[in-house]
Design a protein around this ligand. Structure first.
Ligand code: UD1
Length: 382
């Protein structure tokens, strides 16, 4: 069997790593070997947004890098399709594997089906119901086209059934991100929080961390939070006037957000605040380490909502909806939705700080998802 796996952006890397590990372990046995090729579209290209994840997670160097880089959505998807078509025509794999919901996921599933190659989607069935999110469009199209849909939770399987996807294509296998988390938990614990800060702090953010103080951790990159000047200003007000008055705030900044903060003249306020520690985007292990110690997480990332659920970090999700309802407190998880309403964020921040950590483990979030996926692919092909 020949498999071509496609990754493009930061949140893809932790989803493909366990799958490659499962293939390597299968290939070390006596059965017929799987021939695997890894393609990186190059949507994320910085050392911090890409290469460091390959190093941290032990992912082999991509066999092919398409070097697509930044651009509008149409440019990213179009250019990726043009390049992937050539690769797929040359390699003719039995399966194309796509993960998550980024532009590379969409481009690869469409190209595979046009080339009449079977496509499998890892992390299928997530739905926010919000078509303003580019990721939701990517999910809908990818799931409609995929031949095998691997879901992280039963609710995602239900979403697919409601959309008319035949049941035999849907496989509830658990959350592959948690495979990665469990593999790297111990290594992350060996890192020192102080050292992470020293190695990643922005040169113009002069503040440092006093070990043993409590801290909040923030990540934010969604266009709905960072692309509008008024919304971003209000969020910065909340961060400076509430969060940073109560505790240190550690903020690894996504390049999109850094750009907007500078464009809207909000950067200086942050640099001047001695309780706010601005970091460049950090590696997987570093983020995991900070998440283990954070008193509270503030984020608009879907993946972090899931990691907070397993680690038990109280999580304020700065979105109006989520494609991952299993992570919400009302469903037993660690997170609450506050959108970009800073009053609600303030209220939840003070309430959740009092609650402390409550780790939970949803069904099949057990670190063995990649093995189940590989088994299904092999069964399907036999
Ligand atoms: C993408 C994904 C999103 C994911 C996020 C995580 C899509 C539609 N969106 O959004 O689902 O949650 O990644 O990071 O695919 N940039 C750099 N260096 C890099 C990569 C990007 O400076 O290595 C800059 C780009 O030039 C651009 C900005 O960051 O200005 C945004 O990058 P882009 O790939 O457009 O999407 P993200 O917002 O990162």
């Amino acid at each position: 069997m020949k498999i071509l796996s496609i990754v493009g952006a930061r949140p893809n890397f932790m989803k493909i790593a366990p799958f490659i590990k499962a293939i390597n372990s299968y290939n070390s046995g006596d059965s017929q070997k799987i021939y695997h090729l890894l393609v990186h579209t190059g949507q994320h290209y910085d050392q911090n947004m890409s290469a460091s994840f390959f190093e941290d997670l032990g992912i082999p160097r991509p066999d092919i890098n398409l070097g697509i880089g930044s651009g509008s959505h149409a440019q990213q998807v179009g250019n990726t399709m043009i390049e992937l078509e050539k690769v797929m025509q040359k390699e003719r794999p039995d399966w194309v594997i796509v993960v998550g919901d980024v532009n590379a996921t969409l481009a690869a599933s469409v190209t595979a089906k046009k080339e009449q190659i079977k496509c499998a989607h890892i992390e299928a069935g997530l739905r926010s119901g919000d078509l303003k999110m580019p990721e939701e469009i990517n999910r809908l199209v990818t799931d409609r086209l995929s031949d095998l849909l691997f879901t992280p939770d039963p609710r995602s399987s239900e979403n697919l059934k409601k959309e008319g996807i035949p049941e035999e294509k849907i496989k509830f296998v658990g959350n592959i991100m948690i495979d990665t988390l469990e593999t790297h938990r111990e290594n992350a614990l060996k890192l020192s929080v102080e050292q992470i800060i020293k190695s990643n702090v922005f040169p113009d953010s002069p503040h440092y961390f006093i070990p043993s103080t409590s801290f909040a951790l923030l990540t934010m990159h969604r266009p709905s939070n960072v692309d509008d000047r008024d919304i971003l200003s209000q969020i910065i007000g909340f961060l400076c006037e509430d969060v940073a008055l109560k505790m240190k705030l550690i903020w690894p900044i996504h390049p999109r957000t850094e750009g907007r903060l500078k464009e809207f003249n909000l950067w200086e306020n942050l640099v001047d605040n001695e309780n706010i520690i601005l970091l460049k985007p950090i590696g997987y292990l570093e983020m995991l380490r900070l998440n283990m110690d954070a008193d509270i997480m503030l984020t608009d990332s879907g993946g972090l909502q899931e990691e907070c659920t397993v680690l038990g970090t109280p999580c304020i999700t700065m979105r109006w909806n989520t494609e991952r309802p299993i992570t919400l407190q009302e469903n037993g998880g660690a997170s609450v939705l506050v959108g970009n309403d800073v009053n609600q964020a303030r209220e939840e921040f003070h309430r959740m700080l009092k609650e402390g950590r409550k780790p939970v483990r949803p069904e099949l979030w057990d670190g063995k998802t990649a093995e189940r996926i590989l088994k299904e692919l092999i069964n399907f092909s036999n």
